[in-house]
Unconditional design. Structure first.
Length: 395
């Protein structure tokens, strides 16, 4: 629970009511402030706001009422002090790197992350003199062994993309803090409705708002959530360099947050049914979904999360040919790399989302040719099962 005006509200209420202070117009819905700058009554007021002596809006690159509404709402839902919105999820991760790392520092990152996250740390962050090591997400000893005196950041997705590996957030937080490092969790798959990493000790939570926070596939955006102290650094980076969220996109995400709880529950229920169907299908070799009792992260996920989410990955017989047969014979499921929509989406990670990884990196991350990632939407579950069955029956 989070506190607003001395009253504690549940996350469903926070998702609808937090952050909106009505203007003199008394509007019921949140307004969109489509303006690049703001006008002042006099020079003294302008000087006071620019200097920080008075709160207020200055320039939409770093202060805009609609964006602020989204930030306040997301922070409240997360149970955090502050959020800073960015132009995309990858911009949020880069904001974390640029805010807290410098030449000579070291990062430990799980191998099981989005392909672009690997590229960001491996190809670009290292250009600034930062060393990066990748470890198995669930191997706590590997994390411990990778820590160096210069380690400043541990970065992990949980559940991971696309294999739904589950990190012990509290254990990683304890490890990070014992070594004067920060723990950042990409919580895009669960959202604050299903998981609140800060409650388990994470310092920073990163989101691709493009995914479930929107839920409609309409806009790009991201966010970093955490304490006032840490987020002031992130705010300074975003203010100076400009990977900002647009007011219109912030308004879209505000509307997305209002239905997030209902959607995540429905996504999770549907994904569970589909995972169980696939787990018993003769053409499926393995299913990756933490809601299945045989998944090695099942108990930990049940402890950390309020649901298992809407992403089901599975390996089929026949390698790439088998996977493409399943994908190509769907009739309504969207073949796209995005996820988290009300529309179900399907993709072949080895040639799309993780396609730029080296063969060695794919093997280390468990991205095999027969792997398919399904983002379960809100269509009728029987129809989704029938759609993926068309190709499964042909393998």
């Amino acid at each position: 629970m989070s506190q607003q005006n001395d009253i504690e509200y549940q996350v469903d209420t926070l998702a609808i009511r937090t952050g909106h202070t009505r203007s003199f117009e008394g509007e019921h819905g949140e307004p969109i402030f489509l303006t690049s700058s703001f006008v002042y009554e006099n020079a003294a007021e302008a000087a006071a706001k620019f200097s920080g002596q008075e709160p207020g809006n200055i320039y939409t690159r770093f202060t805009n009422p609609t964006v602020t509404m989204f930030e306040k709402r997301l922070a409240a839902m997360e149970g955090a002090e502050r959020a800073v919105a960015t132009s995309s999820g990858m911009a949020a991760i880069m904001a974390v790197a640029m805010s807290f790392l410098k030449v000579g520092d070291h990062v430990v990152c799980s191998r099981a992350v989005f392909g672009s996250t690997v590229a960001l740390f491996e190809k670009y962050v290292t250009k600034f003199g930062v060393a990066v090591d990748f470890v198995d997400l669930t191997d706590l000893n590997a994390w411990k062994n990778a820590i160096k005196p210069e380690t400043k950041l541990l970065f992990v997705e949980s559940p991971s993309n696309p294999l739904a590996e589950i990190a012990d957030i509290q254990a990683l937080a304890d490890l990070a803090h014992a070594n004067d490092a920060l723990l950042a969790i990409d919580n895009s798959f669960c959202t604050p409705v299903l998981q609140q990493p800060i409650k388990f000790g994470a310092d920073l939570v990163v989101y691709s708002a493009t995914k479930y926070l929107d839920g409609q596939g309409r806009a790009l955006g991201g966010a970093v959530v955490g304490s006032h102290q840490l987020l002031e650094e992130v705010f300074g980076y975003v203010r100076t360099t400009g990977p900002s969220m647009s007011p219109f996109n912030a308004w879209v995400f505000l509307k997305g947050l209002e239905t997030l709880s209902l959607r995540m529950k429905a996504h999770s229920e549907g994904a569970q049914k589909i995972a169980e169907f696939l787990d018993n299908h003769p053409k499926v070799e393995k299913v990756y979904y933490a809601g299945l009792s045989e998944h090695e992260g099942n108990a930990l996920a049940a402890m950390q999360q309020k649901g298992f989410g809407g992403i089901v990955s599975f390996e089929v017989k026949g390698g790439r040919e088998g996977a493409w047969t399943v994908i190509d014979h769907t009739q309504f499921i969207s073949i796209t790399g995005n996820l988290g929509d009300v529309k179900s989406t399907i993709t072949h990670p080895a040639t799309t989302t993780h396609g730029k990884l080296s063969p060695e990196a794919k093997a280390a991350a468990g991205i095999r040719e027969g792997l398919i990632r399904l983002s379960v939407g809100l269509e009728d579950i029987d129809d989704i099962i029938a759609d993926i069955s068309r190709g499964l029956d042909l393998i």
